[in-house]
Design a protein. Sequence first.
Length: 73
Amino acid sequence: MTSSTVPGSVDPYKTSRIGAVQAEPAWLDLQAGVDKVIQLIQDASIQKVELLGFPEVFIRALPSTEPIGLPPD
């Protein structure tokens, strides 16, 4: 019995297509950032990408100089 016929098993020889996003984010516009991510995911899906990586904090709604979670003075 091969691994592909055992329920719940993983085929160690399966090829996967992965992608990495290298794109300009939509700066300081949350909705535009979300829309851009959705479009990038859809584009990758058309190309049969199974795993897509985005840069950290790709959807940015606040400027990086904005303090987050700090108590007021």
